[in-house]
Design a binder for this molecule. Structure first.
Ligand SMILES: Nc1ncnc2c1ncn2[C@@H]1O[C@H](COP(=O)(O)OP(=O)(O)OP(=O)(O)O)[C@@H](O)[C@H]1O
Ligand SMILES: [Mg+2]
Length: 221
C-alpha cells in the first residue's frame, strides 16, 4: 500500500491575507496512524482537503507513492485512492446501511450483487451485524453510524483514510472503538490513516503526532 508525502505545500483561500498552509512537508506512511492536532483555524481541515485532492496546493507537491498528484486524474484519485471520514458521519439518510456502503462501489462501476457482497464483508469488518444492514442511519447509534461511514470509506478500495474529528460526536467508549478500528486497519491491513483530532486520547494512541500552528506543521511524536 502507498502513503502520502507533502513537499513544501502552501495554500491560501481566495483573497485571504495569509496562507492557510505554509510550507508543509511531511510523510504519512502506509501501515501507520498519524494524528494532527492544533488550535481551531490552524489549517487542519485545509490540510486534509489538499490530501483528499479537493484542492490543489498553490506551491509544493503532494505525492502518492512516487506519483505527484498534479500528474494524476483527480477524479480517479478521489474515487479510488482516498476516503474522508467526517465528524458528522455524512451518511445518506434515505439509503439503508447496506446501500450507503454500496454507493461508492456503484460509482466505480461495480455490479450490484458484487457491491452488496463486498458491503456485507466491510460492515462485518467494522462490527455491524447483519440484522442492522437494512436499517436507516437514523436507526443506529452514533458509534454505529461512524462505523458504517468507515465501512463505506473502505468499500471504494481507498488505501488512504483521512478522518476529520471522527470521534468528535462520540463518547469515550465509542471513540476508543473507532480508534481501535482505524489502528487495526493501519497496523494489520496496511492502510495509511491520518486523523485530525482535538482529543488527547486519540493523539496518544497514534504512531506519530503532528501539531498544526498557523498553517505550519511540526512533528511532535
Ligand atoms: N472556504 C474558506 N474560505 C476562506 N477561508 C477559509 C475557508 N475555509 C477555511 N478558511 C480559513 O483557513 C484557515 C484554516 O481553516 P481550517 O478549516 O483548515 O482550520 P482547522 O484547523 O480545521 O480548524 P477547526 O479545528 O476549527 O476545524 C482559517 O483561518 C479559516 O478561517
Ligand atoms: Mg477543521
Amino acid at each position: 500500500m502507498q502513503g502520502l508525502k507533502l513537499n513544501g505545500v502552501s495554500y491560501r483561500y481566495g483573497k485571504a491575507a495569509r496562507n492557510a498552509l505554509d510550507g508543509v512537508s511531511c510523510e504519512f506512511r502506509a501501515g501507520e496512524v498519524a494524528a494532527v492536532v492544533g488550535p481551531s483555524g490552524s489549517g487542519k481541515t485545509t490540510l486534509l482537503s489538499i490530501m483528499a485532492g479537493l484542492d490543489r496546493p498553490a506551491h509544493g507537491e503532494v505525492y502518492l507513492g512516487d506519483r505527484e498528484l498534479g500528474g494524476m486524474d483527480m477524479d480517479e484519485y478521489r474515487r479510488r485512492y482516498v476516503s474522508v471520514i467526517f465528524q458528522a458521519f455524512h451518511l445518506f439518510p434515505l439509503l439503508t446501511v447496506l446501500e450507503n456502503v454500496c454507493f461508492p462501489m456503484e460509482l466505480n462501476g461495480v455490479s450490484e450483487p458484487e457491491a452488496r457482497e463486498r458491503a456485507r464483508l466491510e460492515l462485518e469488518r467494522v462490527g455491524i451485524a447483519a440484522e442492522k444492514h437494512r436499517r436507516y442511519p437514523s436507526q443506529l447509534s452514533g458509534g454505529e453510524q461512524q462505523r458504517v461511514a468507515i465501512a463505506r470509506a473502505l468499500s471504494s478500495g481507498a488505501q488512504i483514510l483521512l478522518a476529520d474529528e471522527p470521534t468528535g460526536n462520540l463518547d469515550g467508549e465509542n471513540s476508543r472503538n473507532i480508534v481501535d478500528i482505524l489502528t487495526r486497519l493501519a497496523h494489520e491491513d496496511g492502510y495509511c490513516v491520518v486523523i485530525v483530532t482535538h482529543d488527547p486520547a486519540v493523539a496518544e494512541a497514534a504512531d506519530t503526532v503532528y501539531t498544526m500552528t498557523d498553517g505550519v506543521l511540526a512533528r511532535q511524536k
